[in-house]
Design a binder for this molecule. Structure first.
Ligand SMILES: *Cc1c(COP(=O)(O)O)cnc(C)c1O
Length: 398
């Protein structure tokens, strides 16, 4: 087919992209990025708007701009430079990697850990390595997108998606695959759109009964749940009982990026041999490691940050209920308020923004159409005055 030289290349694709963006405009669902001009704290400055109360960051413990965390990043940057310019097994491993990985393993109650550029990458680097041909991956239907994609990469393994937190459904599928060489149950610890927890005690009991491995992505649970913020496993008294934990350095630990897999030593060593992001992608940069190490130090020294976070969650939930809102129940720091249509959630988020509160509406395709929601996230850094101002804004837009 001869191309008209005056038209840009890929005209069909360009036209489709333009059409879809227009459809989003028409439906009121097109996302617009807002530009923060300060660090993220309980508040932040947004370009063109000024100060807003931040009710949608993952900065659960208020560590994103903590002076010690920033200093940890700076010190690592000065000593090790921007990075080793290598993947881990060539010349990309520093003592900083080793020491942070041990600290992460100790924190979550595992033998060993391995860092990745993000938790997204950790899940994609882990699951296809664990699940060999013939094995069965059993995944909660509301698992994070990175788990869904990671399971798709596990070619040769069978995939079973069980109904959200439905243990009868999970057990049926485990029983049906009792003859497979391996069974792997994969679940979020805290579900990011619902704010509820995986029923880990029941999952562990089923895993015992059906000889399955349990993989828990605790990105929203670490730093948030349990008396010392050691995550969903600590919350349920199951520290050390989860076979594999994945997590991010970019939520409660306040980091820019970074994630990890924590597991037994053999499994971690196997990932060093086989996990494609380990073999073909750069090591996590020193500044990220230095920040995470400092964040863990602060958390160890100040577990009261976790209690402050829990108190803020309880306060916000009660305030919202007093106004007639019915947030979804859950023990995490995620408080979702169901709105319904995607465009309505985005419109409410816009009105809250005008009232000085940054809280984002999530709609299709992140959640099913008709189940759009405002997702409120609390931080230990919020003072009562921030929460009272936020509640006043909720009252005003209701
Ligand atoms: C946020 C999140 C991730 C992604 O973490 P990154 O380190 O930002 O890639 C993965 N899994 C879950 C469950 C998450 O909530």
């Amino acid at each position: 087919m001869a191309r008209d030289e005056r038209e840009p290349r890929g005209s069909g694709i360009r036209a489709r992209v333009a059409r879809e963006l227009q459809a989003m405009d028409a439906a009121g669902t097109r996302k617009r990025l807002r530009h923060l001009t300060t660090a993220t704290g309980p508040t932040a400055q947004v370009e063109g708007r000024g100060e807003v109360i931040v009710l949608c960051s993952n900065n659960y413990l208020g560590l994103a701009a903590h002076p010690e965390v920033v200093a940890g990043a700076e010190a690592a940057l000065r000593r090790y430079g921007a990075g080793p310019a290598s993947v881990r097994f060539i010349s990309g491993t520093t003592d900083l990697h080793r020491d942070l990985e041990q600290a992460l393993a100790d924190w979550v109650g595992a033998e060993a850990a391995l860092t990745y550029a993000s938790c997204w990458t950790a899940n994609e680097g882990l699951i296809p390595v664990l699940a060999a041909a013939g094995d069965v991956l059993l995944s909660d239907e509301l698992n994070h997108a990175s788990i869904i994609d990671a399971c798709r990469l596990a070619r040769g393994a069978e995939r079973e998606v069980y109904r959200h937190a439905d243990m009868a459904d999970l057990e049926g599928r485990l029983r049906a695959h009792a003859g497979a060489p391996g069974r792997i149950i994969v679940t979020d610890g805290v579900f990011s759109m619902e704010g509820d927890l995986a029923p880990l005690p029941e999952i562990v009991a089923l895993a015992d009964r059906y000889d399955a491995l349990v993989v828990c992505d605790d990105s929203h649970g670490l730093g948030v749940l349990g008396a010392r913020g050691r995550g969903t496993a600590e919350h349920f008294g199951l520290l050390g009982r989860i076979d594999v934990i994945t997590g991010t350095l970019g939520k409660a630990l306040g980091g820019a990026a970074g994630g990890f897999v924590a597991a037994g030593r053999d499994l971690v060593d196997y990932l060093i041999q086989r996990s494609r992001p380990q073999l073909f992608s750069n090591a996590v940069p020193p500044a990220v490691l230095g920040a995470a190490a400092a964040a863990l130090d602060v958390l160890r020294r100040e577990p009261e940050r976790v209690q402050r976070l829990h108190a803020n969650v309880a306060y916000m939930r009660q305030g919202l209920r007093a106004q007639g809102y019915r947030p979804l129940e859950g023990a995490s720091a995620i408080v979702p308020i169901l709105v319904g249509p995607t465009a309505e959630a985005m419109a409410q988020s816009e009105r809250l923004f005008d009232a000085g509160v940054l809280v984002v509406g999530f709609g299709y395709p992140v959640v099913p159409e008709g189940a759009a929601r405002l997702r409120v996230q609390l931080s230990a850094a919020h003072e009562r005055t921030h929460l009272d101002r936020a509640l006043a804004a909720f009252a005003a837009v209701r």
